[in-house]
Design a protein around this ligand. Sequence first.
Ligand code: SF4
Ligand code: SF4
Ligand code: FES
Length: 235
Amino acid sequence: MEVSVWRGSGDQGGYETFTVPARDNQTVLDVVSWIQQELDPSLTYRYACRVGMCGSCAMMVNGQPRWTCRTHVKKVLQEDRLSIAPLRNLPVIRDLAADMDPFFEKWVKAGGVHKPGRSRDEPIQQVSPEESGRVEANKAIECINCAVCYAACDTVAASPDYLGPAALQRVWTLYNDVKVADRAAVLATATGPGGCMSCHSQGSCSKFCPNELDPLSAVAGLKRAAARAFFKGKA
Ligand code: SF4
Ligand code: SF4
Ligand code: FES
């Protein structure tokens, strides 16, 4: 197969094409690793677990964001060709390695840190797994921070200040967690500048999330909660 790979740093670069032998059960990450091991040891990319756990291997494959260690070539090959590039909406460190800092900075900006309402000296707060807020909060705990949703988001592309689907999904988790000290403050951050109101609800984030999470519903939940809080405040 012919594989076009993005080479370069920052805004500078272009595609370089390699011929790679097809193998059974070959993943896109296998292809990248083969090129690096057999043809060009300077090819820069990132991975760690190879089993869909760490979230570090995401790249654009034929124009779509994918976790490359779990993406089989057979599923994405087009006319015996692959195009592989660094994740969209993030700066490029070099070749296929995107700079994840802006993605994680948005988590911090969104208030993604859990701030408990009780100290370690107080009794542990019991929460039933069936409680509706807990059910909502549980939905996003399998997020592996791969930034695939972030790369898929057209609002991030158009407005670099937009917090993005993963950070807002984290806020939705915290908002539903009764152990969080100030859930109103959590919601206020999510509805501020760059927050959930900028989402156009077309759902690319949920379509591409490799863990089948649903950031779109989380962002919609934040919008509903913000509307309820607004009308409650006016009453
Ligand atoms: S639904 Fe909202 S958060 Fe998801 S990709 Fe679209 S704009 Fe981004
Ligand atoms: S929501 Fe899905 S696509 Fe987005 S960072 Fe988490 S696991 Fe990755
Ligand atoms: S290498 Fe860890 S998720 Fe792909």
